[in-house]
Design a protein around this ligand. Structure first.
Ligand SMILES: C[S@@+](CC[C@H](N)C(=O)[O-])C[C@H]1O[C@@H](n2cnc3c(N)ncnc32)[C@H](O)[C@@H]1O
Length: 259
């Protein structure tokens, strides 16, 4: 059961489900690149920062991990596996230092796969790796709200998901607002008022997100957030992705004008 505030509205645009040619599962190589590039950073962070005694892992024998905005496909499994292997390596080191390899921590892993309720969790669970060594559960709901009990998660992970703000800012679709984003389907960066509206929304959302995670993480828990960004002096409309939004946007405007 989620404890999300039911009045906290969050738009949901789940990825294409199933495993057909147009599914997210078969069209998420770019996102996989981001997950890949964070692999070593995560391993290093766990090696340096995971404090087995502080987390009381040697007495609780359980490690709870959440992937927020997991979608479908293998990216989430890859990320989870990487974290498990890094925690296992840290545990082995602990056991060799403290118990001369005479004992093992015998950790059991529980993984929470979170996404909006409309996510295709059936396909996700059907495509599990053949040998998975963890207890798995789906946690449906928006990560812009509470998803887990207080102090219950040891590691929070999220990749390519936090760039989804909770809603399109009202001003940008209001023809009477100075922030009306006329003729555009995204935040190109050229209109300051539009940029301000999106950036205010992002600031509010990220604060809500961090507030919730701060309550849910155990003391000494770790969090890895992977999201795309741009250098300050580059506008989204100057990038390849911006150009493709321009083309898509102009097609949509043409279609709308035909109605
Ligand atoms: C591009 S996919 C990324 C999937 C996967 N993490 C990866 O790296 O390939 C973004 C996912 O975030 C989910 N998402 C977006 N906003 C969300 C929210 N507020 N709460 C939970 N999931 C959300 C979407 O439904 C989508 O499945």
């Amino acid at each position: 059961m989620g404890t999300e505030d039911p009045t906290a509205f969050s738009e949901s645009h789940p990825m294409n489900g199933g495993d057909g040619v147009l599914s997210y599962a078969r069209n998420s190589w770019a996102q996989r690149g981001a997950v890949d590039s964070a692999k070593q950073m995560i391993q290093q962070a766990i090696a340096d920062l995971l404090d087995i005694e502080k987390l009381k892992l040697e007495s609780s024998h359980k490690f709870q991990l959440a992937d927020l905005g997991c979608a479908t496909g293998t990216n989430t499994f890859f990320a989870v596996q990487n974290i498990i292997e890094a925690v296992d390596a840290k545990c082995k080191l602990y056991s060799s230092k403290h118990w001369n390899n005479s004992q093992s921590l015998g950790l059991e892993y529980q993984i929470f796969f979170n996404d909006h309720v409309g996510n295709d969790f059936n396909t996700l669970f059907r495509s599990f790796p053949v040998l998975w060594q963890y207890f798995a559960a789906a946690v449906p709901g928006s990560f812009y709200g509470r998803l887990f009990p207080k102090r219950s998660i040891h590691f929070m992970h999220s990749s390519n998901a936090l760039n989804w703000i909770s809603r399109v800012p009202k001003e940008v679709v209001d023809i009477n607002s100075p922030a009306w984003n006329e003729g555009s389907i995204y935040c190109s960066g050229t209109a300051n008022k539009v940029l301000d509206a999106y950036s205010t929304q992002f600031k509010n959302d990220i604060e809500t997100f961090l507030d919730a995670r701060a309550q849910e993480l155990v003391g000494g828990g770790l969090m890895m957030l992977i999201l795309a960004g741009l250098p300050d002096d580059v506008l989204l409309c100057q990038t390849l992705i911006g150009k493709s939004y321009d083309i898509l946007g102009s097609c949509l405007v043409d279609m709308a004008n035909k109605v």
